[in-house]
Write a protein that binds this ligand. Sequence first.
Ligand code: AMP
Length: 184
Amino acid sequence: MKRRLLFLGPPGAGKGTQAQRLAADRGLLHLSTGDLLRAEVAAGSDLGKQAEAVMARGELVSDALVLAIVRSRLEGQPEDGGWLLDGFPRNLAQAEALAELLEDLGQPIELVVLMELEDGVLIQRLLSRGRTDDNEAVIRHRLEVYREQTAPLIRYYRDRGLLAGVAADGTMEEVAANIAAMLA
Ligand code: AMP
């Protein structure tokens, strides 16, 4: 069973929900940079203060900041522990920094799960979520940022033979079953 996973896909595709569930089922460390950043904002830390305005605009916080968060969590993880990265990497620079970190740790990615949905469905889902960065203008901007900066990772991981696409338009149960089938 594959235990070092990365979830890729636009905001609203259901990555967080599926990642949380899979990590709980299989005892993997679930690392969501969005969740970790929101916790920093809520705690009012220096890091949170740096990230808050950028997140509210739907832009990406700095690579250095996000990478420091991920590095500190992965470095403490036992070699056979397994992890699931959700919302990271978000651009090619982050993907390359991650590859280097994982090489140092001797823990390469085993599978990248790509969840995709049409923009219309994504926008409806995000609008119903009610997060502070989920108003329509910010949502549209986050989708643009995804297309421009994150979507190139699809090709990056496909070229490395790691990508597996999953239909993300079913029920939560159906999507979970599709993902489980790819990890066997
Ligand atoms: P998410 O919960 O993954 O949708 O992330 C919410 C927001 O946190 C994003 O819109 C970004 O502002 C920020 N964020 C999360 N992950 C990253 C990342 N890997 N790199 C840069 N910014 C991120």
